[in-house]
Design a protein around this ligand. Sequence first.
Ligand SMILES: CC(C)(COP(=O)(O)OP(=O)(O)OC[C@H]1O[C@@H](n2cnc3c(N)ncnc32)[C@H](O[C@H]2O[C@H](COP(=O)(O)OP(=O)(O)OP(=O)(O)O)[C@@H](O)[C@H]2O)[C@@H]1O)[C@@H](O)C(=O)NCCC(=O)NCCS
Ligand SMILES: Nc1ncnc2[nH]cnc12
Length: 288
Amino acid sequence: MKHLPQTHADGMAGWLARVATVCLIDEARLTPKPGLVDARGSGAHHDLTLALMERSAHSLTPAFQHMAEHSWLRPADIALRETVGRLGREGEQAMMAATGGVNTHRGAIWALGLLVSAVAMLGEAAPSDVVTKAAARLAQLPDSAAPKGFSKGLRATHRYQVPGAREEAQQGFPHVTRLALPQLWASRAQGASETQARLDALMAIMTSLTDTCVLNRAGLEGLEAMQQGARAVLAAGGTAQAAGRDALARLDADMLARNASPGGAADLLAATLFLDRTSLPQAAQLTH
Ligand SMILES: CC(C)(COP(=O)(O)OP(=O)(O)OC[C@H]1O[C@@H](n2cnc3c(N)ncnc32)[C@H](O[C@H]2O[C@H](COP(=O)(O)OP(=O)(O)OP(=O)(O)O)[C@@H](O)[C@H]2O)[C@@H]1O)[C@@H](O)C(=O)NCCC(=O)NCCS
Ligand SMILES: Nc1ncnc2[nH]cnc12
């Protein structure tokens, strides 16, 4: 059973912010990831490097800490939603300042910001599904100060009539709770290394996410290729198996050839690692 290190707000807020940052760095360093920045290089990106991703992750620690402090033992209401939205936008500004204007982690600020806030709202370690439900309640509320413009993500969700980052959070992060966390735990239990278990969790997300980054760069065909390729990795037994690693190498080559990068899936892997580190096992897991 996990114990949070301190129970008072300041200590826990700082701890949650540091864990969120570490999860972003762990995600960025995880190698080999298809189409994404990793320890080998920039993947399908021309303006991103691992060093930039790490600098971006560190720049977000204060924003995560402020979100946790403001959310401490608060209910999900419009006042909190607007505060967290403002702090999220401040986080985006800090990221842009740290990266010279490159969008490294916008989706991750959204997902991890909501989850950091949710743990703080609860005020103690809770099962991951309880945390994601609290995050969903916050994400469902309106934020009157949110910019009204059309983002790239919104353009893709409207054009292809699919859910995006907003809906993933409003539905309680189903790709994290139903796919990635169970896969992470199953792969570990089957003897996979930590790197392999994390890669398998990423594959589980990619089997079904409608990642707007992939849609914008490679259309529905690219999205279908991502989902099929990820299924092939898991069908071959995951990355602990040679056949699974071969399938992952094929998926990486295909994503690069299509200039596709599953940035949304990468964000949700960071969210998965965060819940793995901060949450209690779900009730269903305790009975097995
Ligand atoms: C609700 C917001 C997330 C805004 O969402 P929206 O969809 O309107 O806008 P985007 O600006 O496009 O951001 C969405 C980012 O979310 C990630 N993502 C994509 N699909 C999904 C999905 N199905 N589920 C979950 N997450 C998803 C993804 O982020 C990653 O990709 C980013 C790089 O993207 P982009 O610049 O588009 O891509 P490139 O291809 O690299 O660009 P080019 O090189 O081609 O130019 C990177 O940031 C990754 O993190 C999407 O990009 C939310 O941001 C919001 O409303 N914020 C306001 C503040 C707030 O309320 N905060 C409260 C909580 S903190
Ligand atoms: N490792 C990564 N590469 C590219 N885009 C990302 N967005 C979040 N993590 C990413």
